[in-house]
Design a protein around this ligand. Structure first.
Ligand SMILES: [Zn+2]
Length: 318
C-alpha cells in the first residue's frame, strides 16, 4: 500500500475530514465497578484482585452505585439524556488481559445518550454531538518483556497485572464531527481538553492522560470535497496527550489523502500512535461486523435511576 504523505493544506483542497472521538475515562471511585477491590493506581501487581474481578466460577458481580452516580453526573454535564432503564451486556472476546473472556459493558442501552459539548477554536464555536456515554470495566494490563518496541511482536514473554481489571470506566462517544476543515486537528484537541476540564470540575476522575486514566481513540476519514459522504475510517488507539490528539488527526489526514490520491482504498483498521514521531502504524483489521456476541448480562439487575435522583444530581452540578 502507498504511504505518501500529502501536505496538510493540499489535503484540504481535495478532501473534507470527518472525525469521531472515543474517550475512555477511569472513574476515581474507591472500589471497582463490580466488586469491593480497591481501584487505586500503582499497587503491587495482582494485589488488588478477588474472585469477581478475576472472573472465577461462582463469583457474582454487584454494581458500584458511586460509579452510576458519576456516570449520570457526567451525562448531565454533557447536556445528555439519562436513560430511565438500561442494562449491562457481555462483550465477548478472548484476550489475556481480560480474565473473564468477556468485558461487562453496555451495548444498545447506554446510560447516557444525545448530549453535546460546544468547543471554541480561534473564535469559532463547534458543537460536538455526543452519541452516548456508557459504563464498563477496564481490562488488566499486559507488559511485553524483551523485543525492541514493547509490543507483543518480538517479545520473549508477557506479564499480566489484573489490578486494573474491573476499574470503572465511562466511554464517551461522539457522532461524526463534520465541517471542521482545516481546524479539524484543533477541534479534536479542544474537545478532549474541554471534556477533561469538565471531568476535573466534576471530580469524578483524575483524568491523567499520562497514567492512562483518560485515553482517547481517534477515528478519521476523508471524503471528496463537497461530496457529503463519509469515507472509510481508521481508528488510532490510545492517543494519550492533548498534543498527540491533534497530531494524530493531522497525520492520518495526510496519510489518507496519499492513499486516496493514488486511487487506492483506505483499509479499515486500528492504528498505533507513536509519540516520538507523531506517526501511526497499522494495527489490526477492524470491520463494523466484528462480532462480540453481545448479550444482556444475566448476573446484574438493570440500572433504573429514578427521575428524582437524576434531578437531585442535576441540581448539585458545579
Ligand atoms: Zn475484585
Amino acid at each position: 500500500m502507498t504511504e505518501t504523505l500529502v501536505g496538510f493544506d493540499e489535503v484540504l483542497e481535495r478532501y473534507d475530514p470527518a472525525m469521531g472521538l472515543e474517550v475512555h475515562v477511569e472513574l476515581n471511585t474507591n472500589t471497582k465497578m463490580f466488586c469491593g477491590c480497591p481501584a487505586t493506581f500503582g499497587g503491587e501487581p495482582n494485589s488488588q484482585v478477588c474472585p469477581t474481578c478475576l472472573g472465577l466460577p461462582g463469583s457474582m458481580p454487584v454494581v458500584n452505585a458511586k460509579a452510576v452516580e458519576s456516570a449520570i453526573r457526567i451525562g448531565l454535564a454533557l447536556n445528555g439524556e439519562i436513560a430511565e432503564w438500561c442494562r449491562f451486556a457481555r462483550k465477548n472476546y478472548f484476550y489475556p488481559d481480560m480474565p473473564k473472556n468477556f468485558q461487562t459493558s453496555q451495548y444498545d442501552e447506554p446510560i447516557v445518550y444525545d448530549g453535546y459539548l460546544d468547543v471554541e477554536v480561534e473564535g469559532e464555536t463547534f458543537r460536538v454531538e455526543i452519541e452516548r456515554a456508557h459504563m464498563e470495566e477496564d481490562t488488566g494490563k499486559t507488559t511485553h518483556i524483551g523485543g525492541a518496541t514493547g509490543r507483543i511482536h518480538g517479545a520473549d514473554y508477557s506479564l499480566v497485572d489484573y489490578n486494573r481489571a474491573g476499574i470503572p470506566l465511562i466511554e464517551i462517544v461522539t457522532r461524526p464531527i463534520l465541517g471542521t476543515g482545516a481546524k479539524a486537528p484543533l477541534v479534536a484537541k479542544a474537545y478532549v481538553a474541554a471534556l477533561r476540564e469538565i471531568l476535573l470540575g466534576l471530580g469524578v476522575s483524575d483524568v491523567r492522560m499520562d497514567q492512562g486514566s483518560m485515553r482517547c481513540d481517534v477515528n478519521l476519514s476523508l471524503s471528496p470535497k463537497g461530496s457529503g459522504k463519509l469515507g472509510t475510517r481508521t481508528e488510532t488507539k490510545n492517543v494519550n496527550s492533548l498534543r498527540s490528539v491533534e497530531r494524530a488527526v493531522r497525520f492520518e489526514m495526510s496519510r489518507h489523502a496519499g492513499i486516496l490520491d493514488a486511487g487506492e482504498a483506505i483499509f479499515q483498521e486500528t492504528r498505533h500512535f507513536h509519540e516520538d514521531t507523531g506517526t501511526t502504524s497499522a494495527g489490526r483489521a477492524k470491520s463494523d461486523a466484528d462480532d462480540y456476541r453481545y448479550f444482556p448480562e444475566p448476573d446484574l439487575v438493570p440500572v433504573a435511576p429514578s427521575r428524582e435522583w437524576v434531578e437531585e444530581l442535576r441540581a448539585s452540578l458545579p
